[in-house]
Design a protein around this ligand. Structure first.
Ligand SMILES: NC(=O)c1ccc[n+]([C@@H]2O[C@H](COP(=O)([O-])OP(=O)(O)OC[C@H]3O[C@@H](n4cnc5c(N)ncnc54)[C@H](O)[C@@H]3O)[C@@H](O)[C@H]2O)c1
Length: 299
C-alpha cells in the first residue's frame, strides 16, 4: 500500500510504536517529521529512514503546548511543503492508585496525552483546511481508556478522552475530507514494562524470543512493528470512508471497539423516585451490570 507524496508528523516516534509508525510510513513513500522529547532517539529514527533512502527530519520538543504543536506543523511545511497526516502517539505513564496519585502525576499525563493530542490535531487540521485536499488524523487510545485499569486514573482518563476526540472530530472534519480515527495498540515496549506481570514478556521480547500464540492471539499483544500496518491502512485512499472509529491491533488480533451506548432502559410515567429505582434495579436496568478492567490483567 503506497503513500507516495504524503507528509506525516508522528509524535513520540523516537522509540516504541511511534518509531515503527514512522518507519512504516516512510517505507510506504511518505515523508516524515520524527518528533520526540529525546533528541538522540529521534535522530536515530531519522537516520534509519534516510539511510533506507526515504525522507525524514527530526523535530525535538515535548508535545502538550500549542507552541510545540505549531512547531511540528511548521516543520512539516518548511521541510516538505505540506502536512497530510498527524499521528499523535507520544505518551508517558505515571501510574499510582487514586489515593496516592499526586497532582504532578495527574497533570503530566493529561498534558502529554490529552492536551498534546488536542493541540497537535488542532494545528494539523488548521493547516489541512487551508491546503485543501483532506487529510488524516490518527490519535492513540488504549485498552485502559476503553475499560479502565488499576493504577491508571490519569492515563485511562486521558485515553478515554482521546477516544471521545476521535468521535467528535470525525463529525467536525468530515466536510473537509479529513478522517479521524483512534488506534488502540497493544505491543511489548518499554512503556508496558512497568505494568505488574509484564516485565517477563518484555525481557523475552528483548532477547528476541518469538511470542507464544497465547500472547499474540488471546492477549492480542505483539511487537511495535505489528501495529504499524493499521496506521498505513488508515492513511491510505482505501480508508477514505473510515472515520470516527476506535480500532485495535496487537499481535495477530485486529479488532473494532464498540462505542458506549445505552444497553438497558426502563421508563416510568412521571419520572423516577429512589424507591422506584430500587424496586426495579435488579430485575430491570441493573440486572446485568457492565464489567470493567482489562481481562488479562485482572482487577
Ligand atoms: N505499548 C502498548 O501496549 C500501548 C498500549 C496502549 C496504548 N499505547 C500508547 O501508544 C503510544 C506509544 O507507546 P509506546 O509503548 O511505544 O511507548 P514508548 O515509551 O516506547 O515510546 C513513547 C515515546 O514518546 C516519547 N515522548 C514521551 N513524552 C513525550 C512528549 N511530551 N513529547 C514528545 N515525545 C514524547 C518518549 O520519549 C518515547 O520515545 C502511547 O501513546 C501509549 O500510551 C501503548
Amino acid at each position: 500500500m503506497r503513500l507516495d507524496g504524503k507528509v506525516a508528523v508522528v509524535t513520540g516516534s523516537g522509540r516504541g510504536i511511534g518509531r515503527a509508525y514512522a518507519m512504516a510510513l516512510a517505507a510506504a513513500g511518505c515523508a516524515v517529521v520524527v518528533n520526540d522529547v529525546d533528541a538522540d532517539v529521534a535522530q536515530t529514527t531519522v537516520d534509519e529512514i534516510t539511510g533506507a533512502g526515504a525522507r525524514a527530519v527530526a523535530e525535538v520538543c515535548a508535545v502538550g503546548s500549542s507552541e510545540a504543536a505549531d512547531r511540528l506543523v511548521a516543520r512539516a511545511v518548511e521541510a516538505f511543503e505540506r502536512i497530510d497526516i498527524m499521528c499523535t502517539n507520544a505518551g508517558i505513564l505515571r501510574d499510582r492508585v487514586l489515593w496516592n496519585m499526586t497532582d504532578e502525576e495527574f497533570d503530566s499525563v493529561i498534558e502529554t496525552h490529552l492536551r498534546g493530542t488536542f493541540t497537535c490535531a488542532r494545528a494539523a487540521v488548521r493547516r489541512m483546511r487551508e491546503q485543501g485536499g483532506g487529510g488524516r488524523v490518527i490519535v492513540v487510545s488504549s485498552i485502559a481508556g476503553q475499560r479502565g485499569n488499576f493504577g491508571q486514573t490519569n492515563y485511562s482518563a486521558a485515553k478515554a478522552g482521546i477516544a471521545a476526540f476521535a468521535r467528535t472530530w470525525a463529525m467536525e472534519c468530515a466536510k473537509h475530507s479529513i478522517t479521524v480515527n483512534a488506534i488502540v495498540p497493544n505491543a511489548i515496549t518499554r512503556m508496558i514494562s512497568t505494568i505488574p506481570g509484564m516485565a517477563p514478556l518484555v525481557e523475552a521480547a528483548e532477547r528476541g524470543e518469538p511470542l507464544p500464540t497465547m500472547v499474540r492471539q488471546q492477549m492480542g499483544m505483539g511487537t511495535a512493528e505489528d501495529v504499524a500496518p493499521l496506521l498505513v491502512f488508515l492513511c491510505s485512499d482505501a480508508a477514505a470512508e473510515v472515520t470516527g472509529q476506535c480500532i485495535g491491533l496487537g499481535g495477530d488480533k485486529l479488532s473494532l471497539w464498540a462505542h458506549p451506548r445505552e444497553i438497558s432502559v426502563a421508563y416510568r410515567d412521571g419520572g423516577w423516585t429512589a424507591d422506584a429505582i430500587e424496586a426495579v434495579w435488579s430485575s430491570s436496568v441493573g440486572a446485568q451490570p457492565e464489567t470493567y478492567g482489562i481481562p488479562f490483567l485482572g482487577k
